[in-house]
Design a protein around this ligand. Structure first.
Ligand SMILES: *[C@@H]1O[C@H](CO)[C@@H](O)[C@H](O)[C@H]1NC(C)=O
Length: 297
């Protein structure tokens, strides 16, 4: 080999070796800085990169309740998957990774044969007396469609909500698909519905990339406010603080609850297509304290 060429190669090799390690070794060019969480975190459902699937089966290792809300024959390690996509806005790529929540024919909770459901509850979010049910709190979640396990938008899906302690109502509902009894609403949207199931905001369901949402629940002033962005963009308020009856305490839930068609008794009967294999990706799950108007954008 020519002496000067050898020298050039050597110099290049030394320069490469001397370079500091990349912060994002798997995506050096595409990595954007994660969103900054500026308010106190009340419940942290962000998943560490080191988390194993079986960690979701135990109170000592899961950020969620390992026993609820799922089919009895399933463990959370059967239900959750680790998708290979880049993390969402409020997950730090160095520390966190997304999850996928799935449903199958076995996703029957207790004797609720009309529903197929798998719902995560934050550890510590007790049904009564929870910090998540008083003051002003904002729940953050990012969702992403899975083309290999698509939801069937002919059905109504409840994906993120806060249910009252007596299970008689939900203070808010984040839903997709065809809302039962509200055929005027397009099926192909993510919708935020208030306690009376009235839509307060909706956006088209994307088939690529992350869609980021935050919902501020003001338990003192009885309002809801919705924030939204795509991919790595900062959240913006897409509604004002609209009146909503937020009384009744209860718990947050995140995942998939697929309602049946063709029945007035959705809990116990109706049609569900067999051989179900559906899922939805989630990232950036946390609840923050929005006292004084603090919301991470
Ligand atoms: C979607 O749901 C409808 C209503 O239950 C059903 O008729 C249809 O077969 C389902 N489609 C798929 C692809 O499962």
């Amino acid at each position: 080999m020519h002496r000067s060429l050898l020298l050039t190669l050597l110099t290049t090799a030394i320069a490469v070796l001397a370079r500091p390690p990349s912060r994002h070794p798997h995506s050096p060019s595409a990595a954007a800085a994660p969103g900054t969480i500026k308010c106190p975190i009340i419940f942290d459902g962000r998943i560490k990169t080191t988390t194993q699937l079986t960690d979701f089966d135990s109170y000592s290792t899961s950020p969620f309740n390992p026993d609820y809300v799922k089919g009895q024959t399933l463990k959370w390690s059967d239900i959750i998957k680790f998708p290979s996509v880049s993390p969402s806005r409020f997950d730090d790529p160095d520390q966190h990774k997304p999850i996928e929540v799935t449903i199958s024919d076995a996703s029957i909770f207790m004797n609720q044969r009309g529903f197929r459901r798998a719902g995560l509850q934050f550890q510590g979010d007790s049904n009564t007396g929870s910090a998540g049910s008083k003051g002003v709190k904002t729940i953050h979640f990012s969702v992403r469609w899975d083309n290999a396990r698509p939801l069937n938008l002919s059905h109504e899906y409840l994906n993120v909500w806060h249910e009252t302690a007596d299970y008689s109502a939900n203070q808010f509902n984040f839903e997709g698909g065809a809302i039962l009894g509200q055929t005027q609403l397009p099926a192909d949207t993510w919708k935020v519905l208030d306690r009376n199931n009235r839509q307060i905001w909706a956006v088209k369901i994307e088939r690529e990339g992350w869609q980021n949402f935050a919902i501020t629940v003001d338990y003192e002033k009885n309002t809801l406010q919705v924030y939204y962005s795509k991919d790595d963009e900062p959240l913006t308020a897409v509604t004002s603080a609209v009146y909503n009856n937020n009384a009744g305490e209860g718990q947050f839930q995140i995942g998939i609850l697929k309602k049946p068609t063709g029945t007035s008794d959705v809990v116990n009967s109706g049609y569900q297509s067999p051989n179900l294999d559906e899922g939805l990706l989630y990232g950036g799950l946390f609840v923050e304290d929005s006292a004084g108007g603090c919301v991470s954008l």
